[in-house]
Design a protein around this ligand. Structure first.
Ligand SMILES: Nc1ncnc2c1ncn2[C@@H]1O[C@H](COP(=O)(O)OP(=O)(O)OP(=O)(O)O)[C@@H](O)[C@H]1O
Ligand SMILES: [Mg+2]
Length: 252
């Protein structure tokens, strides 16, 4: 069974059909690239998958369960985590606080225990601090733990967003242009880290990128969209030589 399946998913904004007839299957453990020129509808697809936008047509299934109409927080609980194209961090909190907040859904102590700082509170807090530091260290960011998020260089803010998404313990991780604004060396390292994360956390990854060459190296399979519609699906080699894809990219 697929981890994620969409059937004829679509959405219109007024007269604009931003996504149309979008059907894909993602198997568990897969690293799938979603690519397409600017304005093709990539972020809109993520917004539908995460309950930010309600699709006007079609269905979304995770582990065979339909998720259309569910609220974003319910979808996080069902195992979809994401990052945003425009970084969304708590700028005035520290790096580790940003990660710890994302672990919050796993906390079991109640308000009473929290307010009175009972032993269970400290035990869970310690565990979450340890887990947050472990995650940060995967990105070589453990020494940044006490810095304010807003003072991090751009590349590290992007990595912190990925840490936060991983802290929600997703089965499916959606990354929206995680390398945007990074230099070529940082980008290369990030792509390797994404590959590593997929293997280490056994997480399935759907990665948006508009630079085709960048994802070719790490994704097993790619889906290409243009003007809201799928124009090609296949391996990087198949996509590279696909006429429609070449036209979409040269034309944009
Ligand atoms: N809330 C909205 N209201 C109206 N139009 C929208 C809305 N969200 C997206 N669109 C439109 O839908 C189309 C697809 O936008 P989307 O942001 O999904 O593209 P994208 O593939 O992510 O592009 P980019 O590579 O630039 O990030 C665009 O024409 C955009 O203007
Ligand atoms: Mg986008």
């Amino acid at each position: 069974m697929s981890l994620l399946e969409t059937k004829n998913l679509g959405i219109a904004f007024g007269g604009l059909r931003a996504v149309d007839n979008f059907s894909i299957n993602i198997k568990e453990g897969e690293l799938l690239g979603l690519i397409g020129p600017n304005g093709a509808g990539k972020t809109t697809i993520f917004n539908m998958l995460t309950g930010v936008y309600l699709p006007t047509e079609g269905s979304i299934y995770i582990d065979g369960k339909k998720i259309n109409g569910k609220k974003p927080f319910q979808i996080v609980k069902m195992g979809i985590g994401r990052t945003f194209q425009n970084i969304r961090l708590f700028a005035n909190l520290t790096v580790i606080e940003n990660v710890k907040i994302a672990f919050h859904k796993d906390m079991t102590y109640n308000t009473f225990t929290g307010i009175f700082r009972l032993p269970k509170y400290w035990k869970e807090e310690d565990e979450i601090t340890t887990k947050a530091l472990e995650l940060l260290s995967l990105f070589d960011m453990e020494n940044d733990a006490e810095n304010m998020a807003k003072n991090l260089p751009y590349g590290k803010q992007r990595k912190l967003e990925i840490c936060r998404a991983l802290a929600t313990n997703p089965k499916l991780l959606l990354l929206d242009e995680p390398a945007a604004g990074m230099n070529p060396q940082e980008t290369k390292e990030l792509m390797e880290t994404i590959h590593f994360i997929r293997d280490k956390f056994k997480v399935t990854v759907l990665l948006i990128e508009h630079d085709m060459n960048l994802v070719m190296g790490i994704c097993e399979r790619l889906v290409v969209i243009d003007y809201g519609m799928i124009i090609a699906k296949g391996t990087p080699d198949e996509i590279k030589s696909n006429k429609k894809v070449i036209e979409a990219y040269l034309g944009s």
